[in-house]
Design a protein around this ligand. Structure first.
Ligand code: M6R
Length: 603
């Protein structure tokens, strides 16, 4: 996801900005840029690709005096990763950098264009700088203009804006996307999207809350909330960079589990409207004449695909078939041009998935990638892409990428249901209401995490784990078993609960751990009978359900919801935390488990 840094002071501005951007590289990006106002001169540099390209472009640019600067790494959401779309975006006399998505940018842009403003990028961000300048021309007060601009923006943003109209001031605003202000005893003030760029520079930092805006200049920092001045709470800054990148969590995987609530909001942003789903990246006619769907993927992405097949059939009434990419490649599949071919991949570089995609393209199928990395090989090859917007995922065990894939797939099944009129308006609105609740479901409550930590000590041995579920909870069971296997090295299998009696139940004894996914809203009585059968044969049961279940040895209660997808997402969180805590107790390297690579670029 995009990253921001900013600086005001008399030290080497360019150096801080470039070093800061490097510290934010872990967030993922495809272009970068910076703008500086020193004395009266305003300079901007942008480059596609790595920070070193920006370094190269700025090598003859020196900063020595008092000045202000803003910089940005861009992870493309609106528009391709090009120099024109890279930040900072320029108006006539101001520059802006922005992390997030301005949901109402189209309306604002139309209005500005009608008033004679020319847009040169495809981004939502450019709207901010023109809007600011438009208000400034009317009020002649840069702060008033900025305050008014911010009040017009819907969506998520962390914004830094500089302008020749106030050449010693940085304006800032924050809502939904992270922004931190740091300061030191030398009267330097810093901005960044996370702690890491500030370590070694700032002594104290304040983590801005949503809806805060204000400005910094030589006199200091002024912050406001709803037009009232508000003081910030500064805390000392840690000196440990790695800890800062992990945001205080023990592992990247843990951090990524905790990030799910936030990134899923980004996945939905601009796509989930009050009564419909929209995908700006796909034109109206793309899905016409599609009679069925085939999904290909590997590992966790395959589990997302398998889960999606239940949604595509249930909600959009499209026959859907899912295949593991490495199997698909060599089976001489019969492909039909009326099939929409979907590939799902976090990295966009998985060799088997890429090869499957090539086969589908060569056979003339319409292809759609659901991917987390823009400009990756899969994205470049597919006809269309929906980006999942999870931000860079560092833990080898995929967590937030899976959550965002599932959200995209759920949105897509509803989008197709709209198009094909397989659900009435009321049902679509109900689905959307549930969808909008997911960020809340994914907030990790301390009591839940503590409970899982405690429980984990009872699951460190045994001769195996069965994760069981029915319907869409079956692929979730597969995912639970994969998470545990990958990082704990314990044997685990996912099974459709109804299949247990066809063989696997022979393994049941107290040393066989059954993790039972028991949603209230989907086939509760059926899964209950399956779990009872296992309990009668003395398997140790850990039940996850909103409904009390007496015969379980251990029980994790989820909240009562009225939609199975809310149960799905909460259970997903629980199985991720369970794997994390078991692996941690076993002393394993959670982020880099043995024998595994984050991106599998060989077959
Ligand atoms: O990048 P991709 O989504 O294409 O990767 C597919 C699998 O290699 C990946 O999901 C793998 O199974 C993860 N380690 C799961 O946690």
């Amino acid at each position: 996801m995009c990253g921001i840094v900013g600086y005001i002071g008399s030290n080497d501005i360019k150096n801080f900005l470039l070093q800061g951007l490097k510290e934010l590289e872990y967030r993922g990006y495809d272009s970068a840029g910076l703008a500086v106002i020193e004395k009266d001169s305003m300079q901007v540099f942008k480059a596609v690709g790595k920070i070193k390209n920006l370094e190269e472009k700025t090598k003859d640019f020196k900063t020595k005096n008092f000045g202000i600067g803003i910089a940005h790494t861009r992870w493309a959401t609106h528009g391709k990763p090009t120099e024109l779309n890279a930040h900072p975006h320029l108006g006539e006399f101001s520059y802006v950098v922005h992390n997030g998505i301005i949901e109402n940018y189209k309306e604002l842009k139309t209005e500005l264009e009608e008033n004679g403003y020319n847009f040169i990028s495809q981004t939502d961000t450019e709207t901010i700088v023109h809007l600011f300048e438009d208000y400034y021309k009317k009020s002649k007060s840069p702060f008033e203009a900025f305050e008014k601009t911010v009040s017009k923006l819907d969506g998520a943003y962390a914004i830094l804006l500089i302008t020749k109209a106030a050449p010693d001031t940085i304006f800032f605003a924050k809502n939904g996307s992270p922004l931190i202000i740091g300061k030191n005893e030398k009267n330097e003030i810093f901005f960044a999207s996370s702690d890491a760029p500030l370590i070694g520079y700032a002594k104290e930092v304040a983590y801005l809350e949503d809806h805060i805006y204000g400005y910094v200049n030589k006199e200091g920092i002024k912050t406001f909330l709803e037009k009232e001045e508000k003081n910030l709470e500064f805390k000392p800054l840690t000196a440990n960079k790695e800890l800062a990148q992990k945001g205080g969590f023990r592992f990247f995987m843990e951090k990524e589990i905790y990030e799910q609530s936030r990134v899923i909001s980004e996945t939905m942003m601009g796509r989930v409207k009050a009564d419909k789903i929209e995908f700006e990246e796909i034109e109206e006619g793309f899905f016409t004449e599609i009679e069925n769907i085939k999904i290909c993927a590997c590992g966790t992405s395959y589990h997302a695909g398998l889960s999606a097949s239940y949604l595509f059939e249930r909600l959009s009434k499209i026959p859907t078939n899912v295949e593991i990419a490495s199997e698909f490649r060599y089976k001489e599949p019969i492909l039909n041009k009326k099939t929409l071919f979907i590939v799902i991949s976090q990295s966009g570089e998985t060799a088997d998935t890429l090869e499957a995609l090539k086969m589908a393209k060569n056979a003339g199928l319409k292809t759609l990638a659901i991917c987390n990395v823009d400009n990756s090989s899969i994205v470049r090859m597919a006809d269309r892409t929906i980006l999942t917007r999870a931000g860079i995922e560092k833990g080898v065990a995929s967590t937030k990428a899976f959550a965002t894939q599932m959200m995209v797939l759920w949105m897509l099944s509803l989008y197709l249901a709209q198009k094909r009129a397989t659900l009435d308006k009321e049902s679509i609105s109900k689905e959307i209401d549930s969808m909008l609740h997911i960020p809340k479901v994914l907030v990790v409550e301390t009591s839940l995490h503590e409970k899982i930590k405690r429980l984990s000590k009872r699951y460190l041995h045994g001769h195996g784990f069965f994760y069981i579920g029915r319907d869409i909870f079956y692929p979730l069971a597969l995912e639970g078993a994969l998470k545990l296997k990958e990082i704990s090295y314990l044997h685990a299998e996912g099974y459709p609960a109804g299949e247990m009696k066809h063989g696997p139940i022979a393994l049941a004894d107290p040393e066989l751990f059954t993790i039972a996914l028991m949603p209230k809203n989907l086939l509760y009585d059926k899964i209950k009978s399956n779990v009872e059968e296992l309990s009668a044969r003395d398997s140790t049961i850990l039940a996850i359900s909103p409904l009390e279940f007496d015969i379980a040895d251990d029980f994790i209660k989820i909240k009562e919801y009225n939609h199975y997808m809310l149960e799905y997402f909460e259970m997903m969180l629980i199985i991720q935390l369970l794997a994390l805590e078991i692996a941690t107790r076993l002393g394993n390297d959670v982020d880099m488990p043995r024998n595994l690579a984050k991106s599998v670029t060989v077959e």
